[in-house]
Ligand binder design. Sequence first.
Ligand SMILES: C[S@@+](CC[C@H](N)C(=O)[O-])C[C@H]1O[C@@H](n2cnc3c(N)ncnc32)[C@H](O)[C@@H]1O
Length: 323
Amino acid sequence: MAKRSKAPAKAPAKRGPAAPKPLKGSAGELLTLFDFLRYAVSRFNAAKLVFAHGTTDPVAEAAFLISETLHLHPDQFESFATARVTAAEGRQILDLIERRITTRKPAAYLVNKVYMRGVPFYVDERTIVPRSFIGELLDSHFGGDEDGTSLIGDPAEVESVLDLCTGSGCLAILAAQNFPNATVDAVDISSDALAVAARNVADHGLADRLTLHRGDLFKPLGDNSYDLIITNPPYVDAEGMASLPRECRAEPKLAFDGGADGLDIVRRILDEAGRHLNPRGGLLCEIGRGRDDLEEAYPNLPLLWLDTEDSEGEVFWIAAADL
Ligand SMILES: C[S@@+](CC[C@H](N)C(=O)[O-])C[C@H]1O[C@@H](n2cnc3c(N)ncnc32)[C@H](O)[C@@H]1O
């Protein structure tokens, strides 16, 4: 019987560089960062997503997600807008776009990152996604008095800051950066939120002058007093709690719930803050939409309402001498 000879191995055909695989879900039509941006915005609009977690519109949200995937700061998006992404990068971007739509989770939770005033913070579902107007106000009203808008004298003379209801620690960290000679105390009642804050404090190398405390408002602080108290407490009223968008329902309820009129915690802060402020200090407090109710409850307090790019009358300042 004739021996069956093994068929000779077929010599591999000579090939050029492998053609990029078509992207699943895009038919390979999306090539540049701009293409992916346009696609994401169309999908986000069609899905009627809500944008309230570090970005306020679908373009910024999409640019953030695309930049994160490509390890770029969102400010770098435009520089690379016409550059092509690789097939693997494209698949990751499409996956994120899909997850943003199907889960309705804030983009920040999907990539564990949010930028506030251009500063990156780690974030996950143990704490609310930072978006307080106080970040902007620290820059616009607490940066020294060159233009006459500063509510304190020289930021270098601020020696002590308290951030009540610190969540991820974002405002405490921005304050520590704004006031380079201050020690900062930051309080939250949630140990989950404080675990995230601890990570951010370490990431920003501030453990030597920023201390986290667990407890109910001023309780863990004894008789300590401060040059400046900043706070973005829970302030959503019962009606608002009942109609939170799906994106916000991924966040801890404790971060929002301010009781029937939204002002339960704000009232407690106003009532107690005077005892924890140094004579030339002051309180900066965000309260959302409760301005009318608060002014009715405290008709004699000279609250100074501060506006930001995206808010009107949602944050007040009051000097220690007026409390
Ligand atoms: C609106 S979030 C603000 C978080 C952070 N400051 C920010 O701007 O992203 C409110 C925070 O207050 C905390 N909180 C709620 N009740 C509190 C209380 N009685 N004492 C201290 N913290 C409280 C929540 O856990 C939540 O982290």
